[in-house]
Design a protein around this ligand. Sequence first.
Ligand code: BGC
Length: 731
Amino acid sequence: MTKAMEILNSLTLEEKASLTSGKDCWRTVDIEGKLASIMMSDGPHGLRKEESGGTVPATCFPSSATVANSWDEELMYKIGEALGEECLANDVQVILGPGVNIKRTPLCGRNFEYFSEDPLLATKMACGHIRGVQSKGVGACIKHFAANNQETDRFSVNAVIDERTLREIYLSSFEEAVKEAKPWMIMSAYNKLNGDYCSENKPLLTDILRDEWGYEGLVVSDWGAANEPVNGVKAGLDIRMPGPVPSANAAIVEAVKSGKLSTEELDKNVLRIIELVEKGIKGRIADYKADMTAHNDLAMKAAEESAVLLKNGVLPLKKSDKIALIGAFAEEIRYQGGGSSCVNATEVSNLLQSLDDKSIDYTYAKGFKTEDDSVDENLVSEAVAASEKSDKIVICMGLPFRMESEGFDRWTMSLPSNQIGLFNKLSTLGKPIVVLLFQGSPVEMEWSEAADSILAMYTGGQAVAKACVNLLFGDAVPSGKLSETWPLRLENNPTALSFPEKGTATYSEGVYVGYRYYDKKHLDVMYPFGYGLSYTTFEYSDLELSATDISESDTLEVTFKVKNTGSVAGKEIAELYVEPTYPSVSRPVRELKGFKKIYLEPGEEKTVTMTLSKRSFAYYDVETHDWQVDTTVYKIHVGPSSRNLPLVASLKVTSSRSGKTFFTTDSRVYELNANPISKEALNKLLTEDLKLDISALSIDLPLSKLVGFSGGILSVDMLDRFVMELNEKIK
Ligand code: BGC
């Protein structure tokens, strides 16, 4: 018998029930002589451990939205390790993060805390984070499960999402991270999903999470997300936080006594709690000291690797340039967002100090206020005067802290008008302008034409200013790429007409989230998903596939070459997208299915290999409730961004699904026309057998209607046979 089982067997019913809610805001309940208590703290991008006097000092790493721009799982792993070490040093057993909610809209207030609009990128980053933390014997807690994609009405909004969209977009990162990285904990979200609170949602917390994905860890409620206690236990919620909640414990005891809840049901949850506590206790290291200097260096490195060069005419600057440093963010550096993730940083350097440290000559002028959008003419005049005396202007713009936080969504995608006004004024001076952007999510850039260079730092953590200076002067080379699309304007986002909805949020755009939408609609964007420049240039060549005809169970090796064609060393993120040519259901034009970050010296060329498997080609089929691959030709696109894919090759993938009914007598003409095999068969049936010209008829016509239109030639039996033979052919 395992130790956890022995402990379980030693507990009274009341003791078991008491474990299902927290001891206080952050700790699990201990039971004297039987079970210790462990501590959880926020995450995700730094430790936020609350103590009586406030929160302990900790390294504030770049937020998840920022590190996702590095597309570097290894870097995320290192940050995870550092987070784990700071937990060990502070006797914290579980750190609450990463958050893998998908960015449905640029306005979600917590976008700075989430990785991406793309599930694959979010998955890889989440896996790096979880593995890094857990390599230290500390637990990670992936959150918020699931579909917590807005802050408006977050405690009760009902996210209505169709099954395919849920699986392909909103559950996918949870699924892969749970399977690959095995987080100790998963946090159930506040909101409802398709009618039921996530924290009482058996299909979500048990049927999908445990029975299908094989999750063996613990489910904790988001703080205050649990509702009716017995329903929670039955659904698979293990611990409600915060605690204590004596009434909930009493309700559980009562339910077991009355037979409403079986002892076996409760024991399953309690066993998971005991196992978590045991793991946490095992990981403890007395008097552990984390290397905070090394962590600050890592925070700086991560900020460098995650910065995205959006536009470049004048960078890197020369150290001898006479610089006007403009904008309040140079001083009040914007390095993280508001809410539960807000870290008490060990040290925060601003741009002024960081430039001083490198003995760079500059004149600083604040330029605008951050507390509101009003224009302070004195500040503007000072900024103009400083700029007039300079060779080059570096202006620090972005979203003030007050605009990005947990608890509310952004109300606009625009930068504050006082910043745009100042930029426009300075751009008339005829001096080169470099914009440093500090923000956790995309902003509208209608003013940006006049900027010579733009470097997006996102919410870059406590050492972001040092990273900025290194990047500005070429001591570091930008290598980040956007983990989300920057649309031209908010109205181009598919949620623009309805967001934010209260009560019920209907995800009517389906799988068309982020670039999946903009590509399908052929919309121009400001900056595409996966886009980012460097101080050097790269060339792609020699795309090869290991086969051009595979079955869905085979793997495919894709190789190509990337060469650094510029004069400085740099890192390139190579991206691979898959496009199905004749999908049986509506699908995005192409989807990210692989990526790699490669370091290249000037002139150096490397061969990159990526492996694709069934899931790279599959969609979630709502008939079979499973991932399915269409038998069709797929194009493999490779290149530097989702909208710049110079290499392409094709292959046929054959589904191994037997007995799949591709078509029925209810299938529409347009559905058959979407696949060359069925299109040809239908054409033959219509022109040769039925001599029927359906061009005048709707393409929406179900096949069954052909019986009536065929003037008696086509019988129901004949149509059944036609469909059967067609399905055989297509299999
Ligand atoms: C947030 C979680 C956080 C928890 C504990 C909640 O309001 O949604 O992300 O981990 O509080 O602070």
